[in-house]
Design a binder for this molecule. Sequence first.
Ligand SMILES: [Zn+2]
Ligand SMILES: [Zn+2]
Length: 356
Amino acid sequence: MFAALLGFVGAALAGEVRVDVIDVGQGDAILIRTPANKTILIDAGDRGSNMLAQLAKLGVDHLDLAIASHPHADHVGQMAAVVNAFPPKVYVDNGMPHTTQTYEDLMRAVEANPAIGYREGKRGTVFNLDDGAKLEVLLPGDTRFSNTRSDLNSNSVVTRLTHGDDCFLFPGDGEEPTERALLDMDVGECDVLKVAHHGSNHSSVSAFLSALKPSIAVISVGIGNRYGHPGEEAMSRLGATGATIYRTDRDGTVSLFSTGGGIRVETEKSEGEQAANVPAAGMPEPEKALPAAPEAANTPTAQDEACPFPASKKSEVFHEAGCGNAAKISSGNLVCFPSKEEAEKSGKHSAGCCHP
Ligand SMILES: [Zn+2]
Ligand SMILES: [Zn+2]
């Protein structure tokens, strides 16, 4: 994204790619939609999750591609229901069977529908979405990991979405061996990391995070889960990257909008709700140094003279008053800097769209 902040020089892209890291409690479900409405779902929550209701809420009416990162129930719990409701053109998994009823029901649902094409996810598989957007499978490679702490986790289907200059990495429940393999293949930098394995300490190793340099990290995790996710050590390693960390247990569904030259984040829950639901213990607070949000009574807007350099609490850039992108910042997330110097002092950079 840094390159993007300096000005995106590629061909203009057709529109925004939207990625929703859906709040399904403890588990994963990630929805990707392109400007031409190609719709991809990676994982489908746990058995008890409200997956179909969540998809309905997000306005999903079809699926082009469904990917099961690995057959653990917190990733495929509702996948059979999803596949029945919205049969995808292609269904991808890591080719590793599992002994559970949930897995068997899912495979039966996939096999029962001749309209669904099955494909084992392997390195080298590329799904070209719209112009400028593609989803690549990075792992598993030719040989699967064996005798790891959890072979099902380690052999998660790892995908990378790129849209113009923007990059998203979805490593499923990949663990240290998965991350080492990504390092070995020179995975390079990526703006958004869907944090592996709900923030478990067995993932998010420092060397991997240093190579990836994410500016945004999203943890999909349930409140009060019995695994202690996210782990304290993983959180401190993630904190050390300087990335802005979002987590579905506090923020609800985290929605990311990629123009191909920058990413904007919106979360489902307001600040107030987050504060009420979750104690801040152990969480880095990157916004600490910023001025407090203005009171509602005389809230300036990002188009106001009272707000010469608007910024979102959720973003690392600041804008010029009147910038179209600044106008999209919700009042709850708006912070106003009196001068460019003050904005820079807070650690934010000049936005690529308006170059204040
Ligand atoms: Zn999981
Ligand atoms: Zn797992």
